[in-house]
Each structure stands twice: as structure tokens, then as C-alpha cells.
Design a protein around this ligand. Structure first.
Ligand SMILES: [Zn+2]
Length: 465
């Protein structure tokens, strides 16, 4: 009998899971991990991973790839190309599109539009706006229901005004409907009337609108601050009454009260609440904000609480939000930050920024394997098919060189935005290979896969009911 020939062997590396690391070879047949051990002799392809670390394929669960409707900022091809280049194997796309995927028809249209463009595996949020369509979105494969409990103070994109669910009655009905599907309700919380009143009173009506004034208003908690915590407070309560699984977005940027509320709900009340820690705000320095001005919009109000939330279990997943706008759109922000679309880039920078944080003692590779692969796969119902290196799981890997260094430059970015919020910043730790279901989609920074290879990941509700 002839010996088994594997499709891929990754040899000599150290692989990581939530329980630690192990030095072993990994054998892949088709799209699955079929063996972990030593001295597998025969393979069609071999990756020499000596000196490298092998993470489960990284999930980036907060991407705005801007299709349909805003593809001049980004599209599914450019967005997933940037993600693949940066070591991301799986992404989840948000809903502030035109038209937005809040009805079955528009959700199906978006699915069809993006399918031929994806370089990596992907899932789509269904847009939470109409309680009566939530069940249909779930059956069509939505990974969760995204709700914008917010509206921009001047109704400037990215928060498409009609997507903002500010009426708590409708929010509650969305929670009831989402509960019945078994999906998570992922919410950007806010109290936009409060934000609007404070910001207009102290800044806009006084003609203080430049980037420096915006930074000051941010520091006071007017923009992306106290309003988010106040919104979270009522949402946590309504979610508990409705019995929905609430997923809190944008932890990281929020002031300290948010951490305490989530801790209380989770551990004292036993509520089914999870949270997404936004590393972008924690990595963003005041100095970098001054440098890139309108190409970023926040820093963490309380970074120590952010880092502590990983250890305490308040945070479940980590992201570096990717919400690009073009340079032309953000440029007027130097003069008037309150009238431009706000966002930042993060698809390509996410993995190197996390690896750099390992060198700084803020993260470990095991924590990255947990919070950027295993936990997201669990939260979105895909574990253990995805999110972990073990026999039987999808052969998704992010192979990294912890000693390589990168300086972020707009010329090297694949995002259509044409800039990076991290311009000039250096990271130590660079992904060398992105492997999705056994296929290399990136090698040494070059994206070698094809658009359309990435597969649609169906939300749990569509498969388990
Ligand atoms: Zn977002």
C-alpha cells in the first residue's frame, strides 16, 4: 500500500491555541487538518515554518467593506485583499451599505454581489431595522444582527440616518426577534441626542470645529464617550428582559463605566452578554491623532480598563476596526471634523498591531489565538469547524514571524482608502502566510489567491433549527 500523500505540510513551527503552544508539524488533506505530529514524509506542498509561529486563521469581525453603494471607498475585493495581506483568514462585514441589508431581498442581493470578490472566508451581518425581517435574514444566513443604536450628530455617513434605531420600543422588538433566531444582536450603543446637544453647545455653535477642537470634545466624552455608556445601560436591561444574546461593540473606546456594567451583567447577573474590544482605540496615541487628524477619530478613554478586560473576561473578542473613507472625504476634517465621515483603517494592520502588543507585554500569542480566532468562532457558531488548530478543523492558519518588522505606509496598503490611520507607526511581528481551507492566499505579503475563493459562512441560526 502506498503511503498517504498530504496536500500540505507545515513543518517545524510552533502552533498556538487557547491552552498554549506546541511544536509540531501539521498535515492538511483537502481543506482540513488531518494530522498533527512529527515526520510526515510526503506532501504536495511544504511550508518550512522553522522559527515561525502558527496561529489559527485570524478572524476580523468588524469590517466595513462598503458594498453595495460606497465602493469608491472600498469594495469586497479590495477589502478582503487587504485583510488577506494582513494575515486575516475570516472576516465579518457590517451593514451600513446602500441599500442596507435589512430586508431579505437586499441581503440576498448583497450576498450575490460580494460572492465573486472575496479572497478569504466571510460572513455578513443582517441589518437590524425591521423586527419582522429578522427571521428571514437569519434563515438567509446572516451571522448575527447588527444594530446601529446611534446616529451621527450631523447625520453624516457612516451612520446612515435611517439605519439608526433610537426608539427603544423598536430596539426591544429587534431583541425579541433576534432572540427567536438564536443569533446575537451586535449593537453600537449611543445616546445621540445627548452627544448632539453637548457638541453643538460647546463646539459647533462656537465655531470650534477643527481637528484639535474635535479631539477636545472627544476627550470630554461628547463624541464616542458618555453617550455610548448611557446607551449601553438601557440596552443591557432591555436585552435581559427580552432574553437576547447581546454582543456589545466598540468596547475599548468607551469610558470606564461600560466595563463595570458588562462585568455586572455577565458575572453577577449571568446575562448572555459578550463584548468586542476595539484595539484601535487602545493603540491610538494622541500624537498619532495629531499627525493623521481626520484619518482617525478616537482613542481609548480608559486604556488600562481595556487591557484589563482581556484578563477579567469582560472582553470576548478583539478587533482593529476597519471603516475606511477616501482621503478626499476626510481632508476637510482638518477644518471641520464634525461634518466629515469618521472612521479608521485596520484590516491590513490588525495582525501586526496585535503581534507588536505581544512584544509590549499587552497580549500573548495564546490570547490572540483565543480572542481573535477561537472565541469569535464560538460566538458566531462556527467552532470547532473554524477558529482552532486541531484535527478535523478547517485548515485556516495565520503564520507569523515575530522578529520581522513593518512600518505602515499608505503606498503598501491594499485598501481603496489610500491612507492608513497608522501611517509611520512601526510594528514588530509580521504575518508571512495566510492559509484559508488549505490554500495559501498570501505569501510574504503578496496576495496570491483569487477573488471568489472565499466562502460564505452561514450564521448558526440557518443551520441549527
Ligand atoms: Zn464599525
Amino acid at each position: 500500500m502506498s503511503e498517504l500523500v498530504y496536500d500540505l505540510i507545515i513543518s517545524g513551527g510552533t502552533y498556538w491555541t487557547s491552552s498554549g503552544s506546541c511544536k509540531a508539524d501539521i498535515a492538511v488533506l483537502g481543506d482540513k487538518i488531518v494530522a498533527i505530529g512529527t515526520a510526515f514524509p510526503h506532501a504536495k506542498k511544504r511550508i518550512d515554518a522553522r522559527g515561525l509561529d502558527i496561529l489559527p486563521g485570524i478572524w476580523h469581525v468588524h469590517c466595513h467593506f462598503r458594498e453595495p453603494g460606497h465602493s469608491y471607498k472600498e469594495d469586497f475585493e479590495s477589502g478582503t485583499r487587504a485583510a488577506a495581506a494582513g494575515g486575516v483568514a475570516v472576516c465579518i462585514d457590517m451593514t451600513n451599505n446602500t441599500p442596507h441589508p435589512t430586508t431579505l431581498e437586499d441581503f440576498e442581493a448583497k450576498k450575490a454581489l460580494v460572492a465573486p470578490k472575496a479572497h478569504i472566508d466571510y460572513a455578513l451581518y443582517g441589518g437590524g431595522l425591521y423586527p419582522q425581517t429578522v427571521d428571514q435574514l437569519a434563515k438567509a444566513g446572516a451571522i448575527g444582527i447588527k444594530i446601529f443604536n446611534t446616529r451621527h450628530i450631523k447625520e453624516v455617513y457612516p451612520y446612515i440616518s435611517e439605519l439608526g434605531v433610537l426608539d427603544h420600543g423598536i430596539l426591544y422588538e429587534l431583541y425579541e426577534a433576534t432572540r427567536d433566531t438564536g443569533l446575537r444582536a451586535s449593537v453600537h450603543h449611543d445616546d445621540p441626542e445627548w452627544c448632539k446637544r453637548m457638541t453643538f453647545r460647546d463646539y459647533i455653535e462656537k465655531g470650534r470645529t477643527d481637528a484639535v477642537s474635535y479631539h477636545e470634545s472627544f476627550a470630554k466624552g461628547y463624541m464616542y464617550g458618555h453617550g455610548m455608556v448611557a446607551g449601553l445601560a438601557s440596552s443591557l436591561y432591555y436585552a435581559r428582559v427580552a432574553g437576547v444574546k447581546l454582543h456589545v461593540l466598540h468596547l475599548g473606546v468607551m469610558p470606564v463605566g461600560a466595563y463595570e456594567m458588562i462585568r455586572h451583567a455577565k458575572f453577577d447577573l449571568g446575562q448572555e452578554v459578550t463584548a468586542e474590544l476595539e484595539l484601535g482605540s487602545m493603540f491610538m496615541t494622541r500624537e498619532q491623532m495629531r499627525k493623521v487628524g481626520p484619518n482617525s477619530y478616537n482613542w481609548a478613554h480608559s486604556p488600562e480598563d481595556g487591557w484589563n478586560s482581556i484578563e477579567s473576561g469582560v472582553a470576548d473578542v478583539i478587533v482593529l476596526e476597519h471603516a475606511p473613507h477616501t482621503f478626499e472625504e476626510t481632508k476637510p476634517g482638518w477644518e471641520d471634523m464634525f461634518s466629515i465621515p469618521l472612521g479608521m483603517t485596520g484590516a491590513q494592520e490588525f495582525v501586526p498591531m496585535m503581534l507588536n502588543a505581544v512584544h509590549n507585554g499587552k497580549l500573548t500569542l495564546s490570547k490572540i489565538a483565543t480572542l481573535a480566532a477561537e472565541r469569535p468562532a464560538q460566538l458566531y457558531g462556527q467552532y470547532p469547524k473554524k477558529g482552532v488548530i486541531q484535527v478535523g478543523s478547517d485548515a485556516d492558519f495565520t503564520i507569523v514571524d515575530m522578529n520581522a518588522e513593518i512600518v505602515f505606509r499608505k503606498e503598501d496598503m491594499f485598501s481603496k482608502a489610500g491612507h492608513t490611520s497608522w501611517e509611520g507607526m512601526k510594528a514588530k511581528g509580521v504575518p508571512q502566510h495566510t492559509i484559508v481551507r488549505g490554500q495559501s492566499v498570501m505569501e510574504h505579503g503578496r496576495v496570491i489567491g483569487s477573488p471568489g475563493y472565499g466562502m460564505f459562512i452561514t450564521g448558526k441560526a440557518a443551520t441549527q433549527r
